[in-house]
Design a protein around this ligand. Sequence first.
Ligand code: NAP
Length: 273
Amino acid sequence: MALSLALVGCGSMGSALLKGWLTLPDSKKRFEHFWIIAPHRGSVSPFLYDERVQWFSSPSQLSKTPDLIVFAVKPARLSEILPAYKPFETLVVSVAAGKQISFYEALLSPRARVVRAMPNLPVSVRQGVIGFYAHATLSAIERARLETAFKELGLIFWVGSDDEIDKMTALIGSGPAYVFYLMEGFIEAALSLGFSESAALKISLQTFLGASTYASFSQTSPKSLRKKVTSPQGTTAEALKVLERGHVYTLLKDAVKAAYKRARELAHEGESL
Ligand SMILES: NC(=O)c1ccc[n+]([C@@H]2O[C@H](COP(=O)([O-])OP(=O)(O)OC[C@H]3O[C@@H](n4cnc5c(N)ncnc54)[C@H](OP(=O)(O)O)[C@@H]3O)[C@@H](O)[C@H]2O)c1
């Protein structure tokens, strides 16, 4: 059965999900309606070309309970936003960082079924990674409904606790930003060698895409692949010595830990709103 999906919030993540859903090859089989609830029509207008997409400024305008409600709003806004969704006894997915399942259960209908999800922006091009956490009591039918909505937007991982979703937030949700940051550095390096901005961007994009695609088709680990590129006394060996002197691995580990710590702090932010 094709789903009626309500998406609350159509900012960076909401619109990435919507773009992914609309461009799935079997999108029309999976989704009958996309009801987008957002304060401003402007964020939804790029998607109104599809007749299944409708914009609403408030959930009270929905004439029917959606099969699935996806919250893609800032964590600090949730305590103000969720009470308007209490009448809906349905499956609810929140992509918000930090807020635990018990937080939603306290504000939504006792008959709502809450799932935490942690996607990343590449869901927009169906190359995302998505972590899910729900209570073990989530029924097979509800899991199947989730699968219908999210499969093929990216690689799916189920975890067993709120804490693991917070860890996934640091890896999956924030992960693309770490890669973009490295790409920015790569572009800076190309510019410093005298390449034009356009060439630096193209070289950076294709090197990251090529290396990642090559690694995903390869039977060996990134470590072995890196060794294959590194001949003793060669150019790569000289470059890697510089990265090792800068303790880049340690910095990455510290960065991920800082994001995880921040995800845990977000659990308690905005509760006084
Ligand atoms: N961005 C990412 O890469 C990423 C990754 C994983 C998870 N997340 C999670 O996704 C959530 C959204 O993040 P984001 O980056 O997409 O933020 P964002 O770009 O600021 O989008 C949030 C959207 O919520 C809308 N909004 C505000 N009040 C609303 C209401 N009462 N009802 C419906 N929509 C409302 C805002 O609309 P206006 O702008 O018109 O006010 C805005 O478009 C966060 O909880 C974040 O933790 C984000």
